[in-house]
Ligand binder design. Structure first.
Ligand SMILES: [Zn+2]
Length: 118
């Protein structure tokens, strides 16, 4: 569980933090506020983990051994978990959540129209 950035009550689970976004924020049941882990920060963890897995896959292929790949995957997963743990939750105002939901809904409608017209 993680602490709410507004009231510091420990109410937000790690899975909820991982999936949080401005349109689908984590919700604190104590102070009724919204928060999210910034997507850009999470993206850095994904990129580094993907690079480590790719490099370990190349090493495993070059050495014809599975151990470098397994080690690389373990290091990448550990790094991603540590990075996710390190990212701070940021508070969101209800107006920001509403705007993000409307924006994502309009993006979904635009994508649907683009698919239907294609
Ligand atoms: Zn709170």
């Amino acid at each position: 569980m993680r602490a709410c950035p507004t009231c510091q009550a420990v109410t937000i689970g790690l899975f909820r933090k991982w999936l949080s976004s401005p349109s689908l924020p984590a919700y604190c049941s104590v102070c009724r506020s919204y928060s999210h882990a910034h997507r850009t920060s999470g993206g850095v963890g994904v990129v580094v983990a993907a690079f480590v897995i790719a490099a370990s896959g190349i090493a495993a292929s070059a050495w014809q051994a599975l151990l470098p790949l397994l080690t690389g995957v373990a290091v990448a997963v550990s790094f991603y978990a540590w990075h996710l743990h390190r990212i701070e939750l940021e508070p969101l105002a209800p107006a920001q959540v509403s705007l993000a939901r409307k924006t994502e809904a309009m993006g979904g409608v635009a994508l649907l129209i683009a698919c239907l017209l294609n």
